[in-house]
Write a protein that binds this ligand. Structure first.
Ligand code: PLP
Length: 376
């Protein structure tokens, strides 16, 4: 079999063995509704609550602050629509580099939306975000790390400044959680959304952290699950896997994986830097450790992606949810980058130096061939 290197963990990571093992009994035998009083229900209820504790522990939240959802996208929608539901004339402040889940939810909501720009490394200025907050602002929604270029954002500064204001604050931590420490209490936000599959939990599992005392109208109604904050029978197996993935990162593990990821990414960065005309996007020091975002002068990202794929290397161009839509990247545009798409190389819990070797070997060959084709 031809060797392949999967370097698209920022889209989604494979399931960690510990998560799979924890899930299997809940796929095979323990199927009961955790809301029921019988013994079978107690088994799933105990497992669900243990998973909630594990998620809360990794994210510095109280277990009762964790509302399980079916994705990061759902958690984000719940925060945006929930926050504006009861306001007469809602106003939201957000940024130009948010995930489409945030931007589309804001657009679909009845709110008046103010979008704040970013600098050339994709970072928003917290003062600019706070300056856009009005007396009638209902929600400020900012990300903790950017999903395309990896830049870590000053979300905590925004939350702190908004504390004295009436506005609620939502932090999208889907690209940060499991890769850099996320401490909901220290962040001091009202909502924080996370996604399990970005760090080795199952797909279709996420959580919205809701600060104690904050009341939010549920996005999904029709059941009293999740303490009436999200209707629908919980996917216990998925949440158990989510909890196990969080537990796998407890203690020193997260820092250990982050150090390994950064070393792999820097090796990849050194490799691509040897090719003339390669530019690195985002913040080279203040970025999530597992992601490298580049552009190749004179060549669009997609043919590079396809060339790498032929060499056995899976990377991505653009953000996870836009693979079918080849529209120019709004993130690069907001950063003032003169390119339509970037190439995103990202590692995860099971990445090895052999993966990087394959990439570093293939990349110059692919670029050279594309440049030769261009010059005829
Ligand atoms: C920053 C950010 N927010 C939200 C999401 C959506 O998460 P999910 O795939 O769980 O819906 C993603 C996924 O790409 C993301 O990177």
């Amino acid at each position: 079999m031809v060797a392949r290197a999967y370097l698209d963990h920022a889209s989604t990571s494979p399931l960690r063995p510990a998560a799979l093992e924890a899930m299997l009994p809940f796929l095979r035998e323990h199927h009961a509704d955790p809301g029921r009083l019988h013994a079978e229900g107690k088994v799933t209820r105990v497992a669900l609550e243990e998973a909630r504790e594990q998620v809360a522990a990794l994210l510095g939240a109280g277990a009762r602050e964790v509302v399980f959802t079916a994705s990061g996208t759902e958690a984000i929608n719940a925060a945006v629509f929930g926050a504006v539901a009861t306001a007469d004339h809602p106003h939201i402040v957000t940024t130009a580099v948010e995930h489409s889940a945030v931007l589309d939810a804001c657009e679909r909501s009845p709110a008046d939306v103010t979008v704040v720009g970013v600098d050339e490394i994709g970072r928003f200025d917290p003062d600019e975000v706070v300056a856009a907050v009005r007396d009638d602002t209902t929600l400020v929604s900012v990300q903790l790390a950017n999903h395309e270029v990896g830049t870590i954002q000053p979300a905590g500064e925004v939350a702190a400044a908004c504390r004295e204001r009436a506005s609620l604050v939502h932090v999208d931590a889907c690209m940060a959680a499991g890769h850099v420490p996320v401490d909901f209490r220290a962040l001091d936000a009202d909502f924080c959304s996370v996604s399990a599959h970005k760090f080795g939990g199952p797909k279709g599992a996420g959580a919205l952290l809701v600060r104690r005392g904050v009341r939010v109208a549920p996005l999904i109604v029709g059941g009293a699950q999740e303490r009436a904050r999200r209707g629908g029978l919980e996917n216990v197996a998925a949440m158990v896997g989510f909890g196990a993935a969080c537990a796998a990162l407890a203690g020193e593990e997260l820092a250990g994986e982050a150090t390994t990821a950064r070393a792999l990414v820097e090796r990849a960065a050194e490799g691509v830097a040897r090719v003339p005309g390669v530019q690195r996007y985002g913040d080279p020091v203040g970025a999530v450790p597992h992601l490298l975002c580049i552009g190749v002068e004179g060549i669009e990202a997609e043919p590079v992606l396809l060339g790498l794929d032929q060499h056995g290397v899976a990377v991505h161009s653009g953000s996870a949810c836009s693979s079918e839509i080849l529209e120019p990247s709004p993130i690069l545009a907001a950063m003032g980058v003169d390119a339509e798409h970037s190439l995103r190389v990202s590692v995860g819990w099971n990445s090895t130096s052999a993966d990087i070797d394959l990439f570093v070997d293939a990349f110059p060959k692919v670029v050279e061939r594309l440049r030769a084709l261009r010059t005829g």
